[in-house]
Design a protein around this ligand. Structure first.
Ligand SMILES: O=C(O)CCC(=O)C(=O)O
Length: 296
């Protein structure tokens, strides 16, 4: 459970650090499953719907940017979200009825593993209201040189910056945008088992991993059940058909009940179209969309 102070800090700053969010047993289990998944990536040579490969990936030395949708790859990722201290933090911040937007395990490879350019998650998937957040559970100790998550406090209350370049949605803000103030960045290092929380509208990013260890953060992106998607990264739902959509909604319910009466708030919305030539992950959108780097 979060304290009143924690909730006030999150409301004010748009992020929070939660030390020791999971137990040693939970952490050990997560790491074991992750190692098995990385092992399975040895068999592939191009990114697919399970793994996003970084440059230099080989069978002998797997290099991934991401394990995609871990909650669909192993039931333990779901168990943890539905039945742990993380569940209490979720309902503390979003209320009793909550859903999973998506999950990802970013496994930034050692020796230069890809940066994630500054962005606001909301730009990828605007909803009818912005009760949306991301948990970032650290599976290893994360220090400055690992490419930790960086955030810009308070930006969740500000505008959504342009995430377009070269006429496409490149999924990153322009470092030269006058609304972008890199000097305000806060770096979120921590120990294995610590967790960060960031609001969907908060500006965040991370530098390349210059250490000799993989940087692993498990992200769960969640929202209040009365926040309904407009268009964007969640637009797959429009192709499901009604019966499958109904199932999909139930599959993504974390706590409480589905809500069929969207809460519509005055939120800034820009539809993330047209897509970058390869929009299969944020890494690929930023690369193929020609996003300018803030980390060079
Ligand atoms: O892995 C990171 O450092 C940031 C990830 C992120 O913001 C994203 O995948 O949207």
């Amino acid at each position: 459970m979060l304290s009143e102070q924690d909730r006030a800090f999150f409301a004010q700053n748009g992020y929070l650090k939660v030390p020791g969010a999971v137990s040693v047993d939970q952490l050990t289990k997560l790491r074991g499953i992750t190692a098995e998944l990385i092992d399975q990536s040895r068999d592939i040579t191009v990114s697919d719907d399970r793994f996003d490969l970084d440059d230099g990936h080989t069978r002998d030395a797997p290099r991934l940017t991401r394990i995609k949708l871990p909650h669909k790859q192993h039931p333990y990722f779901w168990d943890l979200l539905r039945n742990s201290a993380i569940t209490d933090i979720l309902t503390d911040l979003l209320g009793p009825d909550t859903m999973l937007q998506t999950s990802k395990l970013n496994t930034k490879a050692p020796g230069g593993g890809a940066a994630v350019e500054w962005h606001q998650d909301w730009a990828f998937y605007p909803h009818t209201n912005d009760d949306m957040l991301a948990f970032g559970l650290m599976l290893e100790d994360i220090e400055e040189e690992n490419g930790p998550l960086q955030v810009m406090p308070g930006t969740h209350k500000g505008p959504i910056l342009s995430h377009h370049a070269n006429g496409v949605f490149c999924g990153a803000v322009d470092p030269d945008d006058p609304l972008f103030h890199p000097e305000k960045a806060v770096t979120l290092t921590g120990k294995a088992g610590d967790m960060t929380v960031h609001h969907a509208r908060l500006l965040h990013g991370s530098a390349p991993n210059m250490s000799n260890r993989t940087r692993m953060i498990l992200f769960y992106e969640c929202h209040a059940a009365d926040a309904w998607p407009l268009l964007g990264a969640g637009s797959y739902i429009h192709s499901l058909g009604q019966a499958r959509l109904w199932e999909d909604l139930h599959e993504r319910l974390i706590t409480g009940q589905l809500c069929l009466t969207p809460r519509i708030e005055q939120v800034p919305v820009s539809i993330p179209l047209p897509p970058a030539p390869d929009a299969s992950s944020i890494f690929k959108s930023q690369q193929s969309g020609g996003a300018k780097s803030a980390f060079r």
